[in-house]
Design a protein around this ligand. Sequence first.
Ligand SMILES: Nc1ncnc2c1ncn2[C@@H]1O[C@H](COP(=O)(O)OP(=O)(O)OP(=O)(O)O)[C@@H](O)[C@H]1O
Ligand SMILES: [Mg+2]
Length: 227
Amino acid sequence: METILNISNLSKTYQSAGRSLTVLDDINFAITAGSTNAIVGPSGSGKTTLLGLCAGLDRSSTGKVELNNINLGDLSEDQRAQVRNQFVGFIFQNFQLLPTLTALENVMVPLELRGEKNIKARATELLDKVGLADRGHHYPAQLSGGEQQRVSIARAFSNRPKLLFADEPTGNLDAETSEKVVKLLFDLNKEAGTTLILVTHDLDLAARTQRILRIKGGRLIADEKNN
Ligand SMILES: Nc1ncnc2c1ncn2[C@@H]1O[C@H](COP(=O)(O)OP(=O)(O)OP(=O)(O)O)[C@@H](O)[C@H]1O
Ligand SMILES: [Mg+2]
């Protein structure tokens, strides 16, 4: 089976107030293309940090990240941005929508960066999928938390990523909307073969993936297959 993400001896140490804090310590795993995976662990255990390193948003202190056989450590900031735009979708825990752009424009950004055509129609279609067809002209500040989360999901889908990282994708949603979003994620996996890596505190959601990686205190403490 093809590996789409290979993490070896990954560590991350932050320097703050003259002290160093190791938040990830010697993490190793490989993710199979087309698979569904969950990362679980207590608050502060390093999940968001790990996701950011895997997606090339940030650089590790030591170790290696290979995404689609590209060693991210060899790349400049700009080259990493290109790899992200080409292969990666990211749903942020805190959404990270651009405040000066409308919902529709936020979804259009990755499409514009790729120089695609008919981007307005495609972005409209994506907003419709997350139930926000009538909110396209709203700015992020004019949307509820759950609505912002859904815009960020539509944006992450827009470049048809090979790998989709989602940090607490249902954290701000009610049960019904949450189920719709989860279905969108798994449909994308089934229909487009998108590899999913979800961070979640929702153990029912984690149980629906093929594999659960457990992080505690910055270390990978378990790696379990679901049946
Ligand atoms: N830029 C930074 N500088 C210093 N410490 C940081 C920085 N970013 C994160 N940390 C620390 O790294 C640790 C891991 O943070 P991270 O956000 O990865 O946790 P998490 O597992 O995603 O938690 P949660 O479930 O609450 O989202 C935390 O203790 C946090 O305080
Ligand atoms: Mg987090």
